[in-house]
Design a protein around this ligand. Structure first.
Ligand code: NDP
Ligand code: GDP
Length: 342
């Protein structure tokens, strides 16, 4: 049987790497899109040992002509659009670049599919950040969006555009509304990885202190590899629909830190309030974590918790890894990494 061809944008990112690994096991041929950059960016594919199994093409998704070239070169069956300026904090500083990639980039693909071949399936990486200030205990596919950052507004545009193309042109175009998902391959600027890497360095004597922002924001944190399967399942259904993918539980940044110190077996204590709140090492009395205003955002999303009942029922999907297990996986992986001197 002919191999299916999947095009993955954002192949150098966390989800791109795990999705490529997953689809290779399902016998897909993978075309991965990557932007050319001066720095070496394939470390995630290398860590998963799959670099040589993927055809990499140099494409910035803002450039429609380059995408057209890729569609002429390969007979693509499924597109997974994971490329994005995905860091909320940066989106406040670079709102235009964020919107061009996260909104217009998506439109580029949908326009090509509409004009060239409507059988090509399209997956869009939507996000729980679209819910923003929602006023609900948990969020599902029917919860209103109230985006609170340029990242979230750009993703909301993309989300509605996918829905509009599906309804107007009968495309198999779907959006996975994924809540935060983490792993040892998560970017170091995101809070989970920042904490596990920072604490690993402090624990091994390679860093003195870690500075963070809002300790009280709550997120529904899942394990990235669990979420990848849901993306693929959404592309195999008879009827294209959008789905929330989450764990249904949420924890604060402070909870995440406390769970890490448990894994490290470190005796610690929180002292102080507000911007003076800090985590100290009970034995040495030294500060381990302090607050720095610069990591706060102009507008915060305080609380996210997903309701994944629709995915559970229709995709037969549920998360396999809980919060404690996720923290342990990430903390131990970063200890190993720092110990090796990487
Ligand atoms: P990453 O930031 O790890 O990966 C995003 C990738 O997109 C990077 O490899 C980046 O390349 C690439 N990229 C950025 N701009 C462009 C561009 N103009 N053209 C081509 N490539 C570009 O994100 P994740 O893997 O964590 O997330 C995957 C997707 O899922 C993203 O769209 C994200 O917004 C979304 N999402 C993620 C969640 C999460 O918790 N991880 C939650 C919900 C949604 P480069 O290395 O060159 O910057
Ligand atoms: P996001 O949910 O996509 O914005 O993912 P992040 O991991 O970047 O941030 C999750 C939450 O952690 C947000 O509410 C941030 O405000 C909060 N947070 C607190 N301190 C920090 C920090 O130092 N860095 C980051 N990235 N987030 C922080």
């Amino acid at each position: 049987m002919k191999k299916k061809i999947a095009l993955i944008t954002g192949i150098s990112g966390q989800d791109g790497a795990y999705l490529a690994k997953f689809l290779l096991k399902k016998n897909y041929k993978i075309i991965g899109l990557e932007r050319r950059s001066a720095r070496y960016s394939n470390w995630r594919l290398e860590r998963l040992n799959i670099t040589n199994k993927i055809t990499i093409e140099d494409v910035d998704i803002k450039e429609i002509n380059n995408i057209i070239r890729i569609f002429s070169k390969y007979k693509i069956d499924e597109v997974y659009n994971l490329a994005a300026q995905s860091f909320v904090h940066s989106s406040f500083k670079n709102p235009i670049e964020t919107s061009l990639t996260n909104s217009i980039g998506v439109l580029n693909f949908l326009e090509i599919i509409r004009n060239q071949n409507r059988k090509i399936k399209f997956y869009q990486a939507s996000t729980s950040e679209m819910f923003g200030e929602h006023g609900k205990k948990s969020q599902d596919e029917n919860t209103n969006f109230h985006p609170r950052s340029p990242y979230a507004t750009s993703k909301t545009f993309a989300h509605y555009t996918v829905q509009n193309y599906r309804e107007s042109y009968n495309l198999h175009a779907v959006s996975g509304i994924l809540f935060n998902h983490e792993s040892p391959l998560r970017g170091e600027e995101f809070i989970t990885r920042k904490i596990t890497l920072g604490l690993a360095k402090i624990y091994l004597g390679k860093q003195k202190i870690l500075k963070v922002g809002n300790l009280y924001a709550k997120r529904d944190w899942g394990y990235a590899e669990d979420y990848i399967e849901a993306m693929w399942k959404m592309m195999q259904t008879k009827k294209p629909k959008d789905y929330v993918i989450a764990t249904g539980k949420n924890y604060s940044v402070k909870n995440f830190i406390n769970e890490c110190t448990k894994v490290l077996n470190l005796e610690t204590k929180w002292i102080g309030k507000g911007l003076n709140e800090k985590l100290i090492n009970v034995k040495t009395k030294k500060n381990l974590i302090v607050i720095d205003k610069k990591f706060f955002r102009p507008a915060e999303v305080k609380n996210l918790k997903g309701n994944f009942n629709k995915a559970k029922k229709e995709l037969i999907w549920k998360p396999k890894t809980n919060f404690k297990q996720l923290v342990k996986i990430m903390m131990l992986a970063d200890l190993k990494l720092v110990n090796k001197g990487l």
